[in-house]
Design a protein around this ligand. Structure first.
Ligand SMILES: NC(=O)c1ccc[n+]([C@@H]2O[C@H](COP(=O)([O-])OP(=O)(O)OC[C@H]3O[C@@H](n4cnc5c(N)ncnc54)[C@H](OP(=O)(O)O)[C@@H]3O)[C@@H](O)[C@H]2O)c1
Length: 232
């Protein structure tokens, strides 16, 4: 199996990379901070990955997505699993947000995720999976997260439609809607839930690994994963 993880330099993506490494797969790790990504690749090789390659990817550049697709073509392993995890959030009420912050969240979380998927889709076939780390914000009404929520909701719907288009090709698409998880995404936020109430990256990574190993004749279409206390 070859597993492509976007946003593997930090947080949930890094934990997913570690979990997949222990499982013995070929990994392709993508994000902007290549130095951190190379460290994660080294950790993955030490944890048992058959191979781990880091590549710089900025979700806002479709040519980066095409370069990622080229690299995957040269990477051993089959089928291909794409974990669309990379994303960013800027919290604050719409009135207080500069236009650039709103635009960046939509460009990164919505268009960027679609761009990577579109570039890789020709290489996916029977047994392949697309696993999307979206957010409970795709469905819940969370003041202070309008642009982030719009991007995640747009991606949620995009992948629902794509799922129907690729089912007959044996490709499965899972949308995961996680709640608050303790990662660097909360750094600098004016408010954050009590860290002890949040989910851990290891817990979420175990969930992703469970999806990768779901029964080959089943499709886990959608999964909401929340902290025990719910939406924090
Ligand atoms: N933490 C939560 O509470 C929570 C809850 C629900 C959903 N999520 C989702 O989980 C995913 C991972 O977030 P996280 O919490 O693990 O945060 P994180 O630690 O900040 O990780 C975000 C990852 O996305 C990458 N990234 C951000 N902008 C990018 C861009 N323009 N191009 C390429 N890569 C980019 C970052 O890498 P570089 O900076 O190196 O590019 C980093 O590896 C996100 O999609 C987030 O929306 C998080």
């Amino acid at each position: 199996m070859r597993i492509v993880i976007t946003g593997a330099s930090s947080g949930i993506g890094r934990a997913v990379a570690h979990a997949c490494a222990k499982d013995g797969s070929h990994l392709v790790l993508a994000a902007r901070r290549l130095e951190m990504l190379n460290e994660v690749a080294e950790e993955c090789r030490a944890h048992g990955a058959l191979s781990a390659t880091a590549i710089r990817l900025d979700l806002t550049s479709h040519s980066d997505a095409l370069e990622l697709a080229n690299l995957i073509e040269q990477t051993p392993g089959s089928p291909t699993v794409l974990v669309n995890n990379a994303g960013s959030a800027v919290f604050g009420e719409v009135l207080d947000q500069p236009w650039e912050a709103i635009e960046r969240q939509l460009t990164t979380n919505l268009l960027g995720t679609i761009s990577v998927t579109h570039a890789l889709l020709p290489q996916l076939g029977p047994g392949s999976m697309i696993i999307n780390i979206l957010s409970i914000a795709a469905q819940a009404v969370l003041p202070g997260a309008a642009a982030y929520s719009a991007a995640k909701a747009g991606a949620h719907q995009f992948f629902k439609v794509l799922r129907q288009e690729v089912r007959s090709k044996g490709i499965r698409v899972t949308n995961i809607l996680p709640g608050a998880t303790m990662t660097p995404v909360w750094e600098g936020a004016t408010w954050q839930p009590d860290p002890s109430d949040m989910m851990t990256v290891e817990g979420l990574a175990a969930t992703v690994l469970g999806i990768i190993h779901q029964h080959p004749q089943q499709s886990l279409d959608e999964l909401t994963v929340l902290p025990i206390k719910g939406i924090l």
